[in-house]
Design a protein around this ligand. Structure first.
Ligand SMILES: Nc1ncnc2c1ncn2[C@@H]1O[C@H](COP(=O)(O)OP(=O)(O)OP(=O)(O)O)[C@@H](O)[C@H]1O
Ligand SMILES: [Mg+2]
Length: 288
């Protein structure tokens, strides 16, 4: 099982958009690869952000949201991390409404807007395994998933460190603007210190330039300088496009918003689907 943290301490850089679209791409790719009488591999999305943006998309979008039924107030990722639920994680996991065209092989662990804000304090008060609780949860689902993608909250918290400690791989979404360099440098430092102290198996996959506008000369220069510094660690850039933002507002991944004409294909003529498909393939290859 490959566990991918989408991580950047800076807010609003595209972490949630990256999580949803990579998860959807992996689910669609595995749906297409599996034979008709074969079960495709599965993807699990974990939303660690108290804004619960990923979860809103996964459960039907802002307007069509269907709350997971049959679950109590602690039967969610917050309750699991605080050990306040009696249910095993496998009874809490729900199947996502997206991506359309996949064989219902993307799941998520429900989150809780009410309970998530308490989690960090509980983790902080547990000096023995406060950093390892997510890793423990992930170990129990290992047999069922090929990929887990974790959407992280902005800032540095026990939650985001839990994510890095539980992950096998990490990607940093980053905008091509000067203020982003600070965020990038801190994210890289955090990753190195988690690798050293708690999780030597964590592999840094790369920096994903997000919301790029190459009509702006500064963004081209910025990308060139990042490539100079981090060379092969720079992944396929994702452009700023209205369709990505519309898809987010509709509660859809880009592949469901602009589907391919043929049901066995990932990319449509829409350039945003092409960029996300490309980067998903690149990341899949790097994860091995
Ligand atoms: N490629 C893109 N083109 C256009 N808009 C985008 C693109 N990627 C993200 N956005 C928009 O930018 C905003 C921030 O993106 P997103 O929510 O993914 O960032 P985030 O890092 O998860 O933010 P936060 O730190 O608040 O969790 C959202 O409104 C999203 O719809
Ligand atoms: Mg987010």
């Amino acid at each position: 099982m490959k566990v991918l943290s989408v991580f950047n301490q800076k807010g609003g850089v595209g972490k949630t958009t990256t999580t949803i679209n990579l998860g959807a791409a992996f689910a669609l790719m595995m749906s297409h690869e599996a034979g008709t009488d074969e079960e495709p591999g599965r993807v699990l999305i974990i939303d660690l952000d108290q804004q619960t943006h990923s979860e809103i998309t996964l459960s039907g979008g802002f307007f069509g949201q269907r709350r997971p039924t049959g679950l109590g107030p602690y039967d969610n990722i917050a309750g699991l991390l605080m050990m306040d639920t009696a249910l095993p994680v496998t009874d809490i996991i729900r199947t996502s409404e997206i991506p359309h065209g996949a064989r219902r092989n993307m799941d998520f662990i429900p989150s809780s807007k009410d309970k998530m804000p308490n989690v960090d304090t509980v983790l902080k008060n547990d000096p023995i395994d406060g950093l390892f609780r997510l890793r423990g949860i992930l170990e129990t689902v290992e047999p069922f998933y090929q990929y887990v993608v974790i959407d992280n909250p902005p800032g540095l918290s026990y939650l985001s460190i839990n994510s890095l400690v539980g992950s096998t791989h990490v990607v940093i979404p980053c905008q091509l603007e000067a203020p982003s360099i600070e965020g990038l440098t801190s994210a890289l430092k955090t990753i190195q210190s988690v690798q050293r102290q708690h999780n030597p198996r964590l592999q840094f996959l790369g920096i994903l330039p997000t919301m790029c506008d190459f009509r702006q000369q500064e963004q081209n220069e910025f990308l060139a300088s990042l490539r100079g510094q981090y060379n092969s660690h720079i992944l396929t850039p994702i452009s700023r496009r209205a369709d990505v933002s519309y898809a987010n507002s509709e509660g859809l991944d880009i592949f469901s918003f602009k589907p391919a004409r043929r049901s066995d294909q990932l990319m449509s003529a829409n350039p945003a689907t092409q960029e996300f498909a490309h980067v998903a393939e690149e990341i899949r290859q790097r994860m091995g």
